[in-house]
Design a binder for this molecule. Structure first.
Ligand code: ATP
Length: 511
């Protein structure tokens, strides 16, 4: 059912983000938030099919983590329980976690255009011939670079420049830099730290005392419940607590569609273990997480592992085994990759911080280890749910000039918003009645779409564009011999099968 990996591997740079974004809107996957007001930068809404796709990814993650967690090295399933914590927590929690003091990015302002940029997301192009004008462009945005070069360095291409990150330049060199949207050279300010947390107030009085934050990650809600879970459920070391939910970051330059947004969803699991076992579990979780993304269709060379460099390590990871990312080759990062998930060794950083700041003991008494008391170490697989949705859409997007729609979404059937469509050939002659009967029979078990009106070619085209793996068509012959046409999305091959075997056919195909 899935495309052979070789065919997909060649594709990402040929896929155009503009076409993908347009399809997402046209086929009700993703809309700009507040679209009728011109949108709001960094916020997105999920339409009827987008929410199904997102729920499928969310539910599959929950199943693989909480309902049927993987088999551990000892041959038994590991233990993981779920939580759903509040988005707003006591602000002291964010002081303890380091977010109030340190959750910031280096920012530069442009004095000419008044625009603000993340210094670590700007690439400076230095002419190889020693030219004095250094051109700043947005990282991972080839289209921007092309347009910018056309405008300010006619006749030159990326190959004529060396590339260096703005953060790696000495600020005295900023005098030579032409900011991404500026006309004059030398308009960038020195980098300043900018906190990414959204602030709000609890209660009617807007004072410093009532200030609170929207969570910038779901992880802390897990640490805050570590003691409650231990005291009230039957988990024992090692074990995990999982959470899926919204996170908010006041990103300076939201971009690349839903890839970097200000409101997004995360799927995070904190795995608590004895410090000595951290390495074993980090390796274990890394393998498991790769398998997860592969199982839903992101296999092949579009998915890679990348170990963080030492200078990228987070405050909590300095002492530990470091972080390894799972990265996907998005069309806008190709031939490079963008982070999908990080598997981090957080050491005992978070629980130690919360223990100190809350004055609540968070040590574990390990009866299996001679009553040793310790703060467990944590391995954290932290994935983006909405970013995962984007990866699924990009991977599935398959231009095909041989079909009327010109494109289809090659979703793994597990992820497809609709598993099948039931299409009466005409809206008369008894076809719709048979179709509705079949629909009522299938809908208890599968997400199916009953689509009655329009000519059949247009309906097939729509199903191809929303990635429905199977279509069943009811026609004149159905009324005579109780057979329907089954059409397979990727091959467009059609075969006739018995009406009463449709459920079995689907069950078999979706296995
Ligand atoms: P970055 O360095 O890109 O800002 P991060 O390394 O800070 O991201 P984490 O804090 O590790 O990201 O968050 C875990 C996951 O959450 C990421 O791998 C990504 O999939 C997702 N994520 C983080 N920030 C965003 C965002 N602004 N929009 C969408 N998804 C995000």
């Amino acid at each position: 059912m899935s495309q052979p990996a070789e065919k997909l591997d060649a594709m990402p740079d040929e896929k155009d983000m503009k076409d993908i974004v347009a399809l997402c809107k046209r086929r009700s996957f993703i809309f700009a938030a507040s679209d009728i007001y011109g949108g709001i930068n960094g916020f997105w809404d999920y339409g009827p099919l987008g929410v199904e796709l997102k729920n499928n990814l969310r539910d599959y993650w929950w199943k693989c983590m909480v309902t049927t967690p993987p088999i551990g090295p000892d041959g038994h399933p590991v233990q993981i329980v779920g939580v759903d914590s509040a988005i707003i927590q006591n602000p002291k929690a964010w002081v303890a976690s380091g977010h109030v003091g340190g959750f910031s990015d280096p920012m530069v302002d442009c004095r000419e255009t008044k625009k603000r940029y993340r210094a670590d997301h700007i690439v400076v192009l230095q002419p190889k011939d020693g030219g004095e004008k250094w051109i700043a462009v947005m990282e991972d945005d080839d289209e921007f670079m092309e347009k910018r070069l056309k405008k300010v360095a006619k006749g030159k291409t990326a190959a004529d420049f060396d590339q260096v990150l703005l953060v790696d330049l000495d600020t005295s060199d900023y005098a030579k830099v032409l900011a991404p949207d500026a006309k004059e050279v030398g308009t960038l300010t020195e980098p300043k730290e900018f906190n990414l947390m959204f602030e709000t107030f609890c209660g009617p009085i807007q004072s410093e005392d009532n200030k609170a934050y929207l969570r910038p990650e779901t992880a802390q809600g897990i640490f805050l419940n570590y003691k409650n879970v231990l005291d009230s459920s039957r988990v024992k070391m090692p074990f995990g607590i999982a959470q899926i939910g919204k996170a908010f970051r006041n990103e300076v330059n939201p971009r690349n569609f839903i890839f970097r947004s200000r409101e997004f969803e995360q799927m995070e699991m904190e795995w608590f273990c004895h410090p000595e076992d951290a390495k074993k579990w980090r390796d274990f979780w890394f393998e498991e997480r790769m398998k997860f993304w592969e199982a839903i269709g992101l296999a092949g060379s579009n998915l890679i592992k990348r170990d963080h460099d030492d200078d990228e390590l987070s405050h909590y990871a300095k002492e530990g085994l470091g972080t390894a990312d799972i990265e996907y080759r998005f069309p806008f990062t190709a031939p490079g990759f963008g982070e999908l998930e990080g598997v981090a060794h957080r050491c005992d950083f978070d629980l130690t911080q919360h223990q100190e700041h809350s004055k609540t003991k968070l040590q574990y008494l390990d009866t299996e280890r001679d009553n040793e008391k310790y703060i467990p170490h944590v391995i954290e697989p932290a994935a983006g749910l909405t970013r995962g949705v984007l990866a699924l859409i990009c991977e599935a997007y398959t231009p095909d000039p041989d079909r009327p729609s010109g494109v289809y979404l090659n979703f793994d059937p597990k992820m497809a918003p609709m598993k099948a469509a039931i299409l009466p050939l005409t809206a008369k002659d008894g076809h719709p009645e048979v179709a509705e009967k079949l629909y009522m029979e299938l809908r208890e078990e599968f997400a199916v779409d009953l689509d009655i009106k329009q000519n059949i070619g247009k309906r097939y085209a729509r199903q191809d564009e929303i990635g429905t793996p199977y279509c069943f068509t009811i026609d004149g012959q159905t009324l005579e011999d109780n057979t329907v046409t089954a059409r397979e999305r990727n091959t467009m091959a059609q075969e006739r099968i018995s009406l009463d075997k449709v459920a079995e056919y689907l069950r078999e195909k979706l296995k």
